[in-house]
Design a protein around this ligand. Structure first.
Ligand code: R5P
Length: 310
C-alpha cells in the first residue's frame, strides 16, 4: 500500500499514516510561478495500491486541482489501483439545480475525479448520500458515529437527551444518531413566510428541560446552528450542544459560535482546523484518523467497511 498526502490536511494524513504504520510516500505537490499545480511522486508506485488523501476544503479549487493532478501522476506512474481519500468532499452542497440555468457542481466534480483516473473514492458524511450515484465507480461514504457517539454517551450520561436536526434535510442523520443514543428526536423547520421577512424557526418535537444535541454535516457560517440553538433555548431546552462533521467555519463563524447560546460545538479534523478554531473556548476537534485509517486498511485488504458501523 502507498499513502500519499496532498496539501489540504497534512496533519490528518500523518495521523492516518501513524495509525496504519505505513509511511507517507514522498511527493512534491507544488506551484509554478504562475500558480499552476505540479505533482511529482518521488517513489516508485508501479503495481501499488495507492491512496491519495486530500480534502477539497478551502481553497476548494486549488485542493481539487491538486487531487486531480495527483491522480493523473499516479495513473501515469502505473499504480495498480488509485483510491481518492476525500475526508471532506467540497462542492457537495451543489447537488441539484436550485433554479433555472444553475449547475449541479457536485456531479461535475465527481465526473472530473473519475475522468482523472481514480478507481475508488473513500469519503465521509457526504452532504447527500445520493452523491455516491454521481460516480460510476465504488464510493465508500463513512459515517461519523464511531467518532462522536462514545463521547456523547460519556458526556451526557444520565441526561434526558434530544437529538435535533437543524433543518429538514438532516433528519435521516439525526434519526440514526437518536437511535444509537436511545434519545428523542426533534426537527427545526425553517420557513420564510414572505420575501424580505426573516425566517421563522418552528421546533417540531418536545425539547423542554432536555439536553439538545444538534447534528449536521457542515458548519459553514454557523448561522444555521446558532439560530437553531436560539430557537431551542426559547422552547425551554436545558442546554444545547452541537456535533458537526465538517468544520468549514468560514468568515466570522468562530466568533458567531462563541457568542451563541451553544454550550459546545464538536467538529472533526476532516478539514484542518484553523488557529482560531483551535483556540476557541467552545469548539472541540475530534480526529477521524483512526476511522479513515481503518477504512483504508480494509479497502486494501478487500474487507468489509460497513462492519465498522454495526
Ligand atoms: C445545509 O444543508 C447543510 O447541511 C448545513 O446546514 C449548512 O451548510 C450550514 O451552513 P451555515 O453554517 O452557513 O448555516
Amino acid at each position: 500500500m502507498k499513502l500519499i498526502a496532498g496539501n489540504s490536511n497534512r496533519a490528518l494524513a500523518e495521523a492516518v499514516s501513524a495509525y496504519l504504520n505505513v509511511p507517507l510516500t514522498q511527493a512534491n505537490v507544488k506551484r509554478f510561478a504562475d500558480m499552476e499545480v505540479f505533482v511529482e511522486i518521488m517513489e516508485n508506485v508501479r503495481g501499488e495500491d495507492c491512496f491519495f488523501i486530500q480534502s477539497t476544503s478551502y481553497p476548494a479549487n486549488d485542493h481539487l486541482m491538486e487531487l486531480l493532478i495527483a491522480i493523473d501522476a499516479l495513473k501515469r506512474g502505473s499504480a495498480r489501483r488509485i483510491t481518492a481519500v476525500i475526508p471532506y468532499f467540497g462542492y457537495a452542497r451543489q447537488d441539484r439545480k436550485t433554479g433555472g440555468r444553475t449547475p449541479i457542481s457536485a456531479r461535475l466534480v465527481a465526473n472530473l475525479i473519475e475522468a482523472a483516473g481514480v478507481d475508488r473514492v473513500l469519503t465521509m458524511e457526504l452532504h447527500a448520500g445520493q452523491i455516491q450515484g454521481f460516480f460510476n465507480i465504488p464510493v465508500d461514504n463513512l459515517i461519523s458515529a464511531p467518532v462522536f457517539v462514545p463521547q456523547m454517551k460519556e458526556k451526557f450520561n444520565g441526561e434526558e437527551l434530544c437529538v435535533v436536526s437543524p433543518d429538514v434535510g438532516g433528519v435521516v442523520r439525526a434519526r440514526a444518531l437518536a437511535k444509537r443514543l436511545n434519545a428523542d428526536l426533534a426537527i427545526i423547520d425553517k420557513r420564510r413566510e414572505k420575501a424580505g421577512v426573516s425566517e421563522v424557526m418552528n421546533v417540531i418535537g418536545d425539547v423542554k428541560k432536555k439536553v439538545c444535541i444538534l447534528v449536521d454535516d457542515i458548519v459553514d457560517s454557523g448561522g444555521t446552528l446558532c439560530n437553531a440553538a436560539g430557537a431551542l433555548k426559547d422552547k425551554g431546552a436545558k442546554e444545547v450542544h452541537a456535533y458537526v462533521v465538517h468544520g468549514v467555519l468560514s468568515g466570522g463563524a468562530v466568533a458567531r459560535v462563541a457568542s451563541s447560546p451553544l454550550e459546545s460545538l464538536v467538529v472533526t479534523d476532516s478539514i484542518a482546523p484553523t488557529e482560531a478554531v483551535r483556540v476557541a473556548h467552545n469548539i472541540e476537534v475530534l480526529s477521524v484518523a483512526s476511522l479513515m485509517g481503518e477504512a483504508v486498511r480494509r479497502t486494501s485488504e478487500e474487507r468489509s467497511i460497513s462492519a465498522l458501523f454495526r
